[in-house]
Unconditional design. Structure first.
Length: 450
């Protein structure tokens, strides 16, 4: 019954995506975040739900008559496309270098997968062209992941916290560390949407989901997730309108965790806090060392996608014997460095830095216009979500996380909406206060040159 229901929803949504790419983007994000087919037990489990939604959405975007975003060719877009192109070039280099033939097939598969994600990211940039659509996108992402957090919290309570919380099986967030990363990135969205929400029932629902999200991160036993959670809660406290109350709640929550946490959780976190290096931590250090050794030989291109293989480990770090190291790069930064060289890392850092710079500028300038102060709130939200990705991701090999690329897309969308609102305020139909505020923003710097 569950399989029939899920497949029926997907097949029923596909024709709608063709005529409404915006709906297709929402469906794509629901599938990417919630992975509904992974909760089925039969034929729906392996059903190509993403393809069935993506194809009509792409076709609908190409032939849509409805308006789409303009002026999207900004520095973040250029860097995103440049990074995508560099991925293709490094994969091409791998196909010409005999040393890397052992992972050429895996590299090609990964390039195709990442290209699908980036293609849908571009579609999102064009399709989400209003504040209402952007808010709905955030709601879909927040509640898709938040519902898994609620489920994980209930599971943690029923098991007394003795078992770890995991994401949907066979998904991009299946691992406890991956799910913790996703929840850390979602908490700011729940926080800011709840703070600005006018509907009381929806505001309460988001706050409950936020609290369950915090609990679910703790229940993953992820040490990188705990670091990201700490950074997110501190950043949100600084943004809170009641800072004293927020600090008190954090202190009380920390005391409750220390007092009632299972011994297994305390033992794992105490070893981490005391700097003890277990096999898992040693595997991370070994993976980072391998990435550095490899890039010293291939500084421009690195080894291409999926270059963290046992054969290459034995070649460039023959003294390592930890099997944990072979499981992956264990860091978004060393993953980009090892797989795409210093050029790829520079593009990656450039994309992150430009997004942060744009969000800071949007936050600062939109506060001068009362009609678009919501952009300042969204800018803070995205900054903290990216901060969570940068901190938790430092210990997890998820550099190509589709959630991160959606944050980049929404940053670009905010830029376009900001420009449109300033131009509207400068039009003759705007009120005098709005015109004065818009002129002040223009004097501070052209919105197109953010």
């Amino acid at each position: 019954m569950r399989d029939v229901l899920i497949v029926s929803i997907i097949l029923g949504a596909a024709p709608v995506c063709l005529f409404s790419p915006y709906f297709g983007v929402l469906m794509w994000n629901w599938i990417a975040c919630f992975n509904p087919h992974r909760y089925a037990w039969g034929f729906a489990y392996r059903f190509p739900v993403a393809w069935i939604i993506a194809v009509p959405t792409l076709l609908g975007t190409l032939f849509a008559r409805q308006k789409t975003n303009r002026h999207v060719l900004v520095r973040e877009t250029v860097l995103l496309v440049a990074l995508w192109a560099w991925f293709g070039l490094t994969t091409l280099y791998v196909s010409q270098e005999p040393l890397f033939f052992d992972h050429l097939n895996d590299a090609t598969v990964q390039l195709v997968r990442v290209s699908k994600v980036l293609l849908m990211t571009v579609v999102t940039i064009f399709v989400i062209d209003s504040r209402a659509k952007l808010k709905n996108l955030f709601l879909v992402i927040a509640f898709s992941l938040g519902l898994i957090g609620v489920k994980g919290t209930i599971y943690g309570i029923l098991t007394g916290g003795q078992s770890r919380v995991w994401g949907p099986p066979d998904s991009y967030i299946a691992d406890n560390n991956e799910f913790a990363l996703a929840m850390d990135m979602t908490l700011p969205i729940l926080f800011f949407l709840a703070r600005d929400e006018q509907k009381r029932w929806l505001r309460i629902l988001m706050r409950i989901t936020f609290l369950c999200g915090v609990a679910s991160v703790l229940l993953t036993y992820s040490r990188g997730g705990l670091l990201g959670l700490t950074a997110v809660l501190l950043a949100l406290t600084l943004q809170s309108r009641r800072k004293a109350l927020a600090v008190s709640l954090i202190v009380i929550s920390a005391l409750l965790v220390v007092s009632f946490a299972p011994q297994q959780w305390m033992g794992r976190m105490e070893a981490f806090a005391n700097g003890n290096v277990d096999t898992s931590a040693q595997g991370r250090l070994d993976a980072w060392y391998f990435a550095w050794q490899l890039v010293m030989h291939y500084p421009i291109t690195g080894g291409g996608f999926e270059t963290f293989t046992p054969a290459l480990y034995e070649r460039y770090t023959p003294g390592l014997r930890y099997g944990q190291a072979y499981e992956g790069p264990h860091s978004i930064y060393f993953q980009i460095l090892g797989e795409h060289g210093f050029v790829g890392l520079a593009l990656f850092f450039g994309l992150l830095g430009c997004c942060f710079g744009t969000l800071y500028t949007l936050k600062k300038r939109s506060m001068r216009m009362p009609s678009i102060r919501w952009i300042a709130s969204y800018s803070r939200m995205l900054q903290i979500s990216m901060l969570a990705f940068m901190i938790s991701g430092a210990f997890l090999g998820r550099a190509y996380f589709d959630y991160f690329f959606q944050l980049v897309a929404t940053t670009i969308i905010l830029r376009t909406l900001f420009r449109r609102e300033v131009e509207r305020a400068l039009a003759e139909t705007a009120t005098e206060p709005e015109r004065a505020a818009a002129e002040e923003v223009m004097l501070a710097g052209q919105p197109a040159a953010l």
